[in-house]
Write a protein that binds this ligand. Structure first.
Ligand code: SDX
Length: 376
């Protein structure tokens, strides 16, 4: 019988690899991308600049950033075969299923971009540029919106808002989206990033790794939580119902979405920033209903469970106020996290080690085979 081994369920606190990309201090509630505090980046940077930082490990010069922005704009359009495939997908498809399928299919039409190795930076930029167009191509068809127009003057975040809403975002909304994209761009070895690294560690290609990541992000314990937060807010409807609704859920041993985190033992710094954007975007619209509900929800959940908000608690209220359909929240998460996913895949290729943990076997080891004829 094999020696009993200490199992770290969920690989909790297991250090699986070294990385220069992202540091999370769960006790202090700090998030660092390549040395820069997320609060500085959210206050001063853009998604494109952060994507450059994650890919190259340094902030870009003005010329380098201009080049990257131009490249990303040029890479937004999709091959006609992929547009036809997206247009053939059932209108009631889950947008995350559409995204996962389209990314996988894109590899078939652009094999050159998918080769594994340090040169995958081209594929990283291609996928980063294409995800908003894939999301919008599907959504505009189901929403009966006119075809997408090239909008080279719009940033990644503003283009996504135009592509989904079919109108130019206000400066405040565009900045709110850009900050949300900065906040979601990377988060160390979260489940979807780890899935991408496991795939890359076999020397599989970039598009396969990103397909793994999208499938993983779809799960409500990871990417889908902010959609469920909005369902909870709709269920509570008013501040004086928050207490009773939360008590009932906790009594039924249900998870309150948007709270708790595997790594943060204090408030997720992204929640702190998104709370303020939820207030600003709500104030702009003279509608603080979501904000007030969320503040009360925080108070009750912290009192009852000692839990803190994570990135998903306030993000949905910002997106919903801007007008984004709830089932596009997780695709939006992917349209930001693609920068971190691809940075980690590139890092895996440059410091490759097949990721292959072991399991503690708990079954028998010496059963005798009985021919089926003799089995009852
Ligand atoms: C993201 O990993 C990342 O970095 C992810 C992410 C990223 O940027 O990539 O940060 C994005 O995924 C944010 C998390 C979004 N998910 C949710 O909001 C779903 C609700 N949260 C929980 O399911 C939970 O907090 C997790 C999954 C996020 C973390 O869970 P853990 O670390 O596995 O903790 P656990 O399940 O062992 O819970 C410990 C205790 C349990 O109580 P007991 O059973 O021991 O009495 O805390 C309780 C849990 O029941 N608990 C909750 C809770 N989260 C934990 N109770 C009620 N509501 C919750 N949300």
């Amino acid at each position: 019988m094999p020696e009993p081994m200490e199992v770290q369920k969920g690989l909790q606190d297991v250090v699986a690899l070294q990385s220069r990309i992202c540091f999370i201090d769960g006790l202090q509630g700090r998030l660092i991308y390549d040395g820069y505090d997320i609060r500085d980046l959210a206050a001063n940077s853009t998604f494109e600049e952060v994507a450059y930082l994650l890919w190259y490990g340094t902030l870009p010069t003005p010329a380098r950033l201009d080049d990257l922005c131009r490249q990303l704009v040029a890479l937004r359009s999709l091959p006609p075969e992929l547009v036809a495939l997206i247009d053939a997908m059932p209108l009631d498809s889950s947008p995350m299923d559409v995204l996962r399928t389209a990314v996988s299919a894109l590899a078939l039409f652009e094999p050159g971009e998918t080769k594994p190795g340090p040169t995958s930076i081209g594929g990283a930029q291609r996928l980063t540029a294409a995800l908003p167009t894939i999301i919008a191509q599907f959504h505009r068809r189901r929403a009966k919106l006119p075809p997408l127009r090239p909008r080279p003057e719009l940033s990644h975040a503003a283009y996504l808002l135009y592509a989904i809403l079919d109108r130019d975002p206000s400066p405040l909304d565009a900045r709110a989206m850009d900050v949300a994209f900065i906040l979601h761009a990377d988060h160390e070895l979260n489940a979807s990033t780890f899935a991408a690294r496991v795939t890359a560690s076999t020397l599989s290609d970039l598009y396969s790794a990103i397909t793994s990541a999208i499938g993983t992000l779809k799960g409500p314990l990871h990417g889908g939580a902010n959609e469920r937060v909005m369902e909870l807010l709709d269920e509570m409807a008013s501040v004086d119902r928050v207490e009773s609704v939360v008590q009932a859920k906790l009594a039924a041993h249900e998870r309150i979405m948007g709270f708790g985190h595997r790594v943060y033992k204090v408030e997720d710094p992204r929640a702190t920033i998104l709370r303020e954007w939820s207030r600003r975007v709500g104030e702009e619209r003279k509608n603080l209903t979501y904000y007030d509900l969320l503040r009360k929800l925080e108070e009750v959940v912290h009192r009852e469970k000692g839990l803190y908000p994570n990135v998903d608690l306030y993000s949905g209220s910002v997106y919903s106020l801007i007008g984004i359909p709830h089932d596009l929240f997780t695709p939006l998460f992917a349209a930001s996290r693609i920068a971190g996913w691809t940075a980690h895949v590139l890092e895996e290729y440059t410091d490759l080690r097949l990721i292959r943990p072991t399991a503690a076997y708990v079954g028998p080891t010496d059963l005798k085979y009985s021919p089926i004829a003799g089995r009852a």
